[in-house]
Each structure stands twice: as C-alpha cells, then as structure tokens.
Design a protein around this ligand. Structure first.
Ligand code: 4NP
Length: 155
C-alpha cells in the first residue's frame, strides 16, 4: 500500500480538490486498493468543514464529487502514516517542515514538482481571488505525474 497526503493551508480548496482528482484517477486506473489518499491543512481554521462551495462546484463541473470530504489539520504523525506528503505552496512546505521529523524529510515534496512542464512550483491560493478553474487544471496535470512516479517506484 502506498499512501499520499495532499496539504494546503485551510484544507477546503486546493488539497481536497487534489484528493478528489487523484482518487478519481487512481480508481479509474484500477489502483484503488493499492493507494491510500487523504488531505489536510497546515492550519486549523476549517477543521470539520466541507470543501469551499466554489471548489465543490468546479469539481462537480469536471465530474467528481468532493462534498463528503471534511477538513483536518496536518500533524507530525502524518509523516509516519504517509509515503508522500505534498505541499501546494512554499508556505505550506515551510509549515510542514517545522513539524516533520528529521528522518522523514524525504517524504515531503512540492506537489507541482510532479508536473515540471507547468513551469511553476506553487498551486496559487484561490480562496480570495477565485481562480478555481486554472487551479483544477494544474492539479490534474500534477496528479498524472504523481501516479507515474508511484508506478515507477512502488507498483
Ligand atoms: P486552501 O485555501 O488552503 O486551498 O484550502 C484557503 C482556505 C481558507 C483560507 C485560506 C486559504 N483562510 O484564510 O481561511
């Protein structure tokens, strides 16, 4: 079993979208029993909340349902439980590094590093300025790159 945790700030926009997109891809590839997927936020503002309505509607428009997901906060133990801990932006990465055990730092990466063709390392925060549509496209592209990496290294 390979495990992946997507992490953003609030766990209501980018990381639940990544969780839903990646789960959909993994299930369509028949790998649902091989890869465990979750998401979390570095902050606790939205613990227990469903994804932002705008993230839900963009996902629905693309054919996936993320309405059942609920926010939770990332914790040090996640570095024991997940093989991949993937930050959406540099600030998330810094915050995760501060709770990451020294011997688990190789589990932490930037999600968009799995989509080098995008030419950017950060998924922009859509919470204040919208932009859910381009964010969704970036996530789809990185999800494919991530699955290729998992296939090469683990399956
Ligand atoms: P996310 O977006 O990190 O992609 O879930 C945000 C959600 C909430 C806030 C900021 C970003 N907030 O400040 O409450």
């Amino acid at each position: 079993m390979v495990s992946v945790l997507f992490v953003c700030l609030g766990n209501i926009c980018r990381s639940p979208t990544a969780e839903g997109v990646f789960r959909d891809l993994v299930e369509r590839e028949g790998l649902g029993d091989e890869i465990r997927i979750d998401s979390a936020g570095t902050h606790a503002y939205h613990v227990g909340s469903p994804p932002d309505a705008r993230a839900q509607s963009e996902a629905k428009r693309r054919g996936i349902d993320i309405s059942g997901l609920r926010g939770r906060q990332a914790r040090t133990e996640d570095f024991k439980l997940f093989d991949y801990v993937l930050a959406m932006d540099r600030s998330n990465h810094q915050n995760l590094l501060s709770i990451c055990p020294p011997d688990a730092q190789d589990r932490l990466a930037m999600f968009l590093d799995f989509a080098p063709d995008l030419g950017r390392r950060e998924v922009p925060d859509p919470y204040y300025d919208g932009g859910f549509e381009p964010v969704y496209d970036m996530i789809v592209q990185a999800a494919h790159g991530l699955l290729s990496d998992i296939r090469q290294k683990h399956l």
